[in-house]
Design a protein around this ligand. Structure first.
Ligand SMILES: [Zn+2]
Length: 74
């Protein structure tokens, strides 16, 4: 069976990436992807956008900072 690849744009270098859905994403859990940009080697969080049928790519460090860390105290 042929695996469909979806387009994504690296936020760091603007390069085009062709990404296969992970098994979890095939199952509908669209925000459970990550990978490395083949162009600039940035580590990226990959979220499948059902409307666009493309991946939204976010730099992993920026993505991590967006998540409120509930249990963490300073
Ligand atoms: Zn890149």
């Amino acid at each position: 069976m042929e695996k469909k690849r979806y387009k994504g744009i690296c936020p760091d270098c603007g390069g085009t990436l062709w990404i296969c859905k992970s098994i979890m994403q095939e199952a509908g859990m669209t925000d459970l992807g990550h990978g490395t940009c083949i162009h600039c080697k940035s580590f990226l969080h990959l979220e499948f956008n059902e409307d666009k049928q493309e991946f939204d790519c976010v730099n992993w460090e920026k993505y991590r900072r967006q998540i409120p860390e509930g249990g963490k105290k300073q």
